[in-house]
Design a protein around this ligand. Structure first.
Ligand code: AHR
Length: 503
């Protein structure tokens, strides 16, 4: 058996974990809303039309914040269309996904759903086809107590108390040619600055997220951040990062190494934020909102076909990636990467939550089930709270097409407020088990409370409505703890959650 070790020290900390790193995302896209969280007439629908079975699954994960309503969709969205009497809400052509939006679910309904799910709303405004004026208006509508045009409109629409939305995205992926109202970095930086300034004048308690690059591979990455931050640094609190990975060439070791890119991406954006801070002699630190991350590629071909054959359709099954076991391993590594950067990544959203590149799937009129990626997400959200520890990992490495020196054992650890320690670990080795030595000597006497394992012999194994339990967590082989040193067996190709409690 191969050997690796993780050295932990209770005083060697990366920082407090902001629970919002376990956020997610619901866009008006495909069947995320209609046929996903909302399906009036479904046997599981509540009085508002929300599916109780879906809500239950969301609660199982523990999703502290949900980004809404887009995504690309938001860049052509008029928030006013989505409030007020439903029968008066207009149907609109959505140029992001070439479908028709009915506006049946809007801000009021979504807020109620999020409350039931135990989530805060992270609201994205349209800086594509619209500007600072409408940005100011929606903050007034959502957060002002009353006595003004838009706050009184909210009250007339049935909601006396302000929604009190704290976190606001200043548009979406404004660097991308696919975006309605794409801008240069300078144009975007100016408009984001003015929007954020006016939004904060309406409600000084809010925080804003400026659009960073829509991916680390886009040509303008780096220059985009530098230029736009130079314009809006003083009025924004976070910069967004988006990243999706795929395995179209069926190269599992290469695919599992993609978090090397994610880590570089985070570090580069941190450096640029701090460079602008230095240039401006600012005392404020801008942190990161990794508000779109996941695996996304399985559905690409089918989506192109659907967009052509059912143009302007409603609630089409778009972006319905069926996730396999290797996807769950990469998602595990992505969560580990977020934890490792918890000092600067304060918000992160798995994109998305239901049906659209999602951990939770539904069938219209039918069941609801967990995809493979549901499990690492749920485990991290449940056990990865408290403080992120700086784990010193000693492991053999491998080389692949894009990276050299990829750790075979990808691991990190957290210290919960009750003193328990959790090690999260992905074994990227295709064939060999590892014996993992965990040094816990500075934590006092600890016992191995639980070893949760996600493994399947077939990397392409998936869960379906008929076979929802094909890839599910089981009890891992565990190990021993002796004089503060644990020895735990980590099977080849596996996601592991190893929980230590005070003995
Ligand atoms: O999450 C799907 C899409 O991916 C979002 O709408 C967009 O922001 C990104 O390109």
């Amino acid at each position: 058996m191969k050997k690796a070790s993780v050295i932990l020290d209770r005083d060697y900390q990366i920082g407090r974990i902001d629970p919002r790193i376990y956020g997610s995302f619901i866009e008006h896209l495909g069947r995320a809303v209609y046929g996903g969280i909302y399906e009036p007439g479904h046997p599981q629908a509540d009085a508002l039309g929300f599916r109780k079975d879906v809500l239950e699954m969301v609660r199982r994960i523990g999703v502290p914040i949900v980004r809404y309503p887009g995504g690309n969709f938001v860049s052509g969205f008029n928030w006013e269309d989505s409030v007020g009497p439903r029968e008066k809400r207009p149907k609109r052509l959505d140029l992001a996904w070439f479908t028709t939006e009915t506006n049946e679910v809007g801000l009021h309904e979504f807020y109620e759903w999020a409350k039931q799910a135990g989530s805060e709303v992270m609201y994205a405004i349209n800086l594509g086809t619209r500007g600072p004026e409408q940005a100011r208006d929606i903050v007034e509508y959502a957060n002002h107590k009353g006595g003004s045009k838009f706050s009184d409109m909210r009250i007339a629409n049935g909601r006396k108390d302000p929604f009190g939305i704290k976190l606001w995205c200043l548009g979406n992926e404004m660097d991308g040619p696919w975006q309605m109202g794409q801008k240069t970095a300078y144009e975007y930086g100016r408009i984001a600055n003015e929007a954020a300034k006016m939004m904060k004048w309406v409600d000084e308690s809010i925080e804003t997220v400026a659009c960073g690059s829509s991916g680390s591979e886009i040509e303008t990455f780096g220059d985009w951040e530098l230029t736009m931050l130079d314009q809006c640094y003083d009025n924004i609190d976070y910069v967004s990062l988006h990243r999706y990975y795929g395995n179209p060439t069926n190269d599992t070791p290469g695919f599992l190494a993609r978090t090397m890119d994610m880590d570089d991406f985070i570090r580069t954006v941190v450096s640029i934020c701090d460079a602008v801070k230095g240039k401006k002699h600012s005392k404020k630190t801008v942190n990161l909102s990794f508000d779109e991350w996941n695996v996304w590629y399985h559905s690409n071909e089918q989506d192109e076909e659907l967009k052509k054959s059912q143009r302007w359709g409603q609630a089409l099954p778009l972006l319905e990636d069926v996730y396999n076991f290797e996807d769950a391993l990469l998602v595990g590594s992505m969560l580990i990467t977020l934890l490792r950067n918890a000092d600067r990544v304060k918000v992160a959203c798995m994109a998305q939550l239901v049906n659209v590149i999602a951990p939770i799937m539904t069938r219209n009129g039918g069941g609801c089930w967990a995809q493979t990626i549901f499990y690492p997400y749920m485990h991290a959200s449940k056990y990865g709270r408290g403080t992120s520890l700086k784990a010193l990992v000693k492991t053999p490495v491998y080389d692949c097409a894009d990276y050299e020196g990829v750790p075979l054992i990808d691991a990190t650890a957290t210290l919960a407020d009750d003193g328990s320690v959790t090690v999260f670990c992905v074994n990227r080795d295709m064939k060999e088990d590892f014996e993992l030595d965990v040094d816990l000597r500075t934590f006092g006497e600890m016992k191995l409370a639980e070893h949760i394992l996600l493994h399947h012999d077939d990397v392409k194994a998936v869960n379906t409505e008929e076979h929802p339990d094909n890839v599910v967590p089981t009890a891992g082989p565990g190990g021993t703890v002796d004089a503060g040193r644990a020895q735990v067996k980590i099977p080849a190709l596996s996601w592991n959650v190893i929980r230590f409690e005070k003995a």
